[in-house]
Write a protein that binds this ligand. Structure first.
Ligand code: NAP
Length: 259
């Protein structure tokens, strides 16, 4: 049983959909006051409405997390609304699939900005608050794609996700001076609304390649984030945890067939 995170002010970037929405809902269910950051209003409002209907506390702020001024406004608005920032879940991300031969420099920049620069900006904007209260928690949503595995069309994405892990190692040292930790969750294939379009057959083949024979749920990632946010994880920083149903383990397709 983890020490409750009740009343902890939690920013979840990309909290309007998919994994971020799962994190926002699980944290709200545990009593956190959740600020969702995203660009699109419809899905952000829907996510907040679902949390409120479930008895939770939440609001949303529309911003592009790759924009420094917008990120500063996100943090200022969160403090104005909820009084502080205790936990930052740097989760927003995009994953357009483009092979290197077709990739334009602008495609590269867009993914790096949304996934990696946003991690730096949100952490930087929260730092004065964490320093003042001498406590803070950052949980970054990285991926197995990039740090461990590869997939055609995702070289820029993989680089951004591996970059997040490089970032947290030094950030952990700089944040440690004010009792603030930063860790990353590395999801495998997680079932989100975004995957629905891929069709049942494709999803079944994805599941078949995973030792636990199913895609992960958004709650699986949220629960790992919850652990990093808990008092019990206070002495863990600069680390990462893979949450993938064993997806990275088979060394070949034969290994899966042998199971
Ligand atoms: P998703 O369903 O597409 O949701 C992405 C979220 O990020 C949305 O709320 C989106 O809202 C927001 N977002 C994207 N760009 C933004 C920007 N520039 N500024 C503000 N908000 C932005 O994606 P997901 O599958 O949940 O992925 C979430 C994170 O998990 C990503 O970092 C991804 O790399 C990682 N991940 C996912 C999987 C998986 O299987 N799903 C596996 C490994 C890692 P708006 O579009 O309205 O802004």
């Amino acid at each position: 049983m983890l020490t409750p995170i009740k009343d902890k002010v939690t920013i979840v970037t990309g909290g309007s959909k998919g994994i971020g929405k799962g994190i926002a809902k699980v944290f709200a269910k545990k009593g956190a006051k959740v600020m969702i950051a995203a660009r699109g209003e419809d899905s952000a409002k829907k996510a907040v409405d679902e949390i409120l209907a479930d008895g939770g506390i939440a609001d949303y702020f529309l911003c592009d997390v790759s924009d420094w001024e917008a990120v500063q406004a996100l943090i200022a608005t969160t403090v104005e609304k909820f009084g502080s920032v205790d936990i930052l879940c740097a989760n927003a991300g995009i994953f357009p699939q483009i092979k290197l031969s077709d990739m334009e420099p602008s495609d590269w920049d867009e993914v790096m900005s949304a996934n990696l620069k946003s991690t730096f900006l949100t952490v930087k904007a929260c730092m004065p608050i964490f320093e003042k209260q001498n406590k803070g928690r950052v949980i970054v949503t990285s991926s197995i794609t990039g740090p461990i595995t590869g997939y055609p069309g995702w070289s820029h994405y993989g680089a951004s996700k591996a970059g997040q892990l490089g970032f947290i190692r030094t950030a952990a040292m700089e944040l440690a001076g004010f009792n603030t930790t930063i860790n990353a969750v590395m999801p495998g294939n997680i079932a989100t609304e975004g995957l629905d379009d891929l069709g049942e057959e494709y999803l079944a083949s994805m599941a078949a390649s995973i030792p636990l024979k199913k895609l992960g749920a958004v709650e699986d990632i949220a629960n790992a984030a919850l652990f990093f946010a808990s008092d019990e994880a206070a002495y863990i920083t600069g680390q990462q945890i893979v949450v993938d149903g064993g997806q990275i383990l088979p060394e070949s397709m034969d290994a899966i067939a042998e199971m």
